[in-house]
Design a protein around this ligand. Structure first.
Ligand code: SF4
Length: 230
């Protein structure tokens, strides 16, 4: 990570965080900066296929362009703060750029490796059986914070293993954050980027109808509805 880029407090840093942009938005940003449109595609590959954490990793981008990026944009992914592993699961604690934390869990079952993702910091719904529900709601995750859990977890997978499934079933109710979930699905599903495929992505929800409507505009994913709603 470019240290200069990290030095401003998040609450006063209004530069766009590139992991939160979709590939078309990256192309638009490059066009606004007077760069060739294919620069956006290069950036998207560095971010969403390779999970670049530092402008200096983007070695096929001209140095001037990297300087422009470091000055005009942020590159903030969730940072792994702690992990705990047993036979069946690897629990991951992520620190977000504003210091808040969320969890995700990699679950090993026979031939499947499933990542359970968070979509919010805390949760407003308070289901009786759920520890997250006791925390209350703090804020929605951005699409970059959702994707960062996937890219970060992929780096921790053992040799010979492959991430086979994703489920939005960690902290938060995904259909109360449908815009960011939808934006992340475009990258998770896209053959050029994480390419998990719609049959491998599912979402657990208590059933929030406006959120379902928003999601229906996106890729076709599996949907699991939890009936344990408050
Ligand atoms: S919606 Fe999910 S995260 Fe929120 S309280 Fe219920 S079970 Fe917990």
């Amino acid at each position: 990570m470019n240290k200069k880029n990290d030095s401003r407090p998040p609450e006063t840093d209004h530069r766009p965080n590139l992991p939160d942009l979709t590939p078309p938005e990256l192309a638009e940003l490059c066009a606004r900066w007077g760069e060739k449109p294919w620069r956006g595609r290069q950036l998207a590959v560095w971010l969403f296929r390779r999970g670049a954490e530092d402008w200096d990793q983007m070695t096929d981008l001209a140095k001037n362009f990297r300087l422009k990026l470091a000055e005009g944009a942020r590159l903030a992914w969730p940072r792994l703060e702690a992990s705990a592993e047993d036979q069946e699961a690897l629990k991951l604690l992520w620190r977000l750029s504003d210091g808040l934390r969320v969890e995700s869990v990699l679950i090993r079952e026979r031939n499947h490796l499933t990542l359970c993702l968070s979509s919010q910091v805390g949760c407003a719904l308070g289901c009786l059986f759920c520890r997250t529900g006791t925390l209350g709601f703090t804020r929605n995750l951005t699409s970059g914070e959702i994707l960062g859990q996937v890219l970060g977890a992929k780096r921790l997978i053992r040799p010979g293993e492959r991430l086979t499934n994703l489920v939005f079933m960690g902290m938060g109710e995904p259909l109360l954050n449908p815009e960011a979930v939808l934006r992340s699905l475009y990258v998770l599903n896209a053959p050029d980027f994480l390419a998990l495929g719609k049959k491998r992505i599912s979402l657990s929800t208590v059933g929030i109808l406006p959120g379902l409507k928003t999601l229906s505009e996106g890729p076709d994913i599996g949907l699991t509805v939890s009936l344990a709603a408050p």
